[in-house]
Design a protein around this ligand. Structure first.
Ligand code: MN3
Length: 223
């Protein structure tokens, strides 16, 4: 009995050492984004959805130690080089792992969500005004059919653009037509808002502006 337990423990430790990707720590509590994003949604989104993408990414890569060693963003950039048997899983679960990691960092409690002068300047220069930026981003989020993400990205030429992607695709992926560095992301999967907003995605999108971590946005703009 004891011996079996010991072996099982060793296998468990071995598996967790092999697993490269881990659910990142949240910098705030599940209830910190209330009333705009509710506590139950945050709990389920993080512990069920994000955790599942992370576990499944590790599973997909388990038999490919060379790929495990590469940053997942390198795999996104060359998805066609990822073995066909795991390509879809790396795209969906790798995307899910990475996109949510970014998303949590781009959110902050409402009291901290204050736009910085630098971000205001960049958005005004690129989109005419902050309101016009929000309108265009909101439209990308509202009109993404089915599940996906809205993004503010900085392309290779340094130009800021708003795009949306289906499923867990992101602007770093070779399969996505417009590439760039993610600056701001919004999850518009129903799992991100349905408990509180039901079918009113537009209300979720407009409330998102109350919990954006603009300091993080500035940091990403300056990278
Ligand atoms: Mn999600």
């Amino acid at each position: 009995m004891k011996r079996t337990f010991f072996i099982v423990s060793l296998v468990a430790v071995g598996m967790s050492l092999m697993a490269q990707y881990q659910l990142p720590r949240l910098d705030y509590s599940y209830s910190a984004l209330e009333p705009y994003i509710d506590s139950t949604t945050m709990y389920i989104h993080y512990n069920n959805h994000h955790a599942a993408y992370t576990t499944n990414l590790n599973k997909a890569l388990a038999e490919f130690p060379d790929l495990q060693k590469q940053p997942v963003t390198d795999l996104f950039a060359q998805l066609d080089k990822v073995p066909e048997t795991i390509r879809t899983s790396v795209r969906n679960n790798g995307g899910g792992y990475y996109n949510h990691m970014l998303f949590w960092q781009m959110l902050t409690p409402p009291a901290n969500s204050k736009m910085t002068a630098y971000v205001e300047e960049v958005l005004t220069a690129n989109f005419g005004s902050v309101d016009r930026f929000k309108e265009a981003f909101g439209k990308a989020a509202a009109t993404r059919f089915g599940s996906g993400w809205a993004w503010l990205i900085k392309d290779a030429g340094g130009k800021y653009r708003i795009i949306s992607t289906p499923n867990q695709d992101n602007p770093l992926m070779s399969v996505v037509s417009v590439n760039g560095t993610p600056i701001l992301a919004l999850d518009v999967w129903e799992h991100a808002y349905y408990l509180k907003y039901q079918s009113k995605r537009a209300d979720y999108v407009s409330n998102f502006w109350s919990v954006v971590n603009w300091k993080k946005v500035e940091e990403l703009m300056k990278k």
